[in-house]
Write a protein that binds this ligand. Structure first.
Ligand code: NAI
Length: 248
């Protein structure tokens, strides 16, 4: 018996990194998995193959989470293919870091659109489905910097703080229809996103972590499993930090 037997999960930006780890954890626990990414390349096909090994239904969709139209179209397609959608994980995200003095409008808009508007797009497309089912679970990938702020990341921090406000509002608005909404706030997680940071910045981050290591995508996936399953049946509107004690 898996914790997610019979559930259908939709995870955005799951070809690699944290999204992929969540998809694998959910499939391991019995869920059928639909995931999106910008393109379905070799890495995405590899993710599909790894997911299929668990013996449940799996399909990858090329879809830009920042696009309202593409999101509504892909949600409709997934619903037709899978019959229902029980769990949404808003995971797709990007960084375009820079100090405010040098930040361009394009850097601001790109990060806010991919990280925050994408969650609006998916929640907007899915709430009618979940409301009809009278159940649903929404998890959005915020960040510790959405709570604490971070120099050089005003766009990213604002987008991640926005996800918290969105989540808390949806928890209040949709709770009476049986829909739960929560955020995960990861700290420093080892993935392609953080691999792009210069070595000295990465070392500096690790020194600020009481557990003295970067997190793994699997560390985050375990929190996602808790939030997606009935283990958290009475948890909604919360932000669970997964950060090795950083920023407590
Ligand atoms: P990653 O860069 O390894 O993976 C992000 C995935 O999202 C990629 O597969 C990418 O192609 C996809 N993606 C990007 N833009 C997209 C779009 N417009 N539409 C659909 N897919 C898109 O990043 P990682 O580290 O796995 O991060 C996943 C989430 O966790 C992001 O939201 C990130 O902001 C958040 N996060 C990551 C932390 C870290 O330390 N790695 C810390 C806190 C939050």
């Amino acid at each position: 018996m898996g914790l997610l037997d019979g559930k259908v999960a939709l995870i955005t930006g799951a070809a690699r990194g944290i999204g992929k780890a969540i998809a694998l954890k959910f499939a391991e626990e019995g869920a059928d998995v639909a995931f999106t990414d910008l393109v379905i390349n070799e890495a995405a096909e590899q993710t599909v193959a790894e997911l299929e090994a668990f013996g449940h239904k799996v399909k990858a969709y090329a879809s830009n989470a920042a696009s309202f139209e593409e999101t509504h179209a892909v949600v409709e397609e997934i619903q037709k293919e899978f019959g229902r959608i029980d769990i949404l994980v808003n995971n797709a995200g990007i960084t375009k870091d820079g100090l405010m003095l040098r930040m361009s409008e394009q850097q601001w808009d790109a990060v806010l659109t991919v990280n925050l508007k994408s969650a609006f797009n998916f929640i907007h497309a899915l709430t009618p489905v979940m409301a009809r089912q009278r159940s649903g679970c929404i998890i959005s990938m915020s960040s510790v910097v959405g709570v604490s702020g971070n120099a050089g990341q005003c766009n990213y921090s604002a987008s991640k703080a926005g996800l918290i406000g969105l989540t808390k509002s949806i928890a209040k608005e949709m709770g009476p229809r049986g829909i739960r909404a929560n955020c995960i706030a990861p700290g420093f997680i080892i993935s392609d996103m953080t691999a792009a940071l210069p070595d000295d910045v990465r070392e500096q981050w690790v020194k600020t972590i009481p557990l003295r290591r970067g997190g793994t995508p699997e560390d985050v996936a375990k929190v996602a499993l808790f939030l997606a399953s009935d283990l958290s049946a009475y948890v909604s509107g919360q932000v669970i930090h997964c950060c090795g004690g950083m920023n407590c």
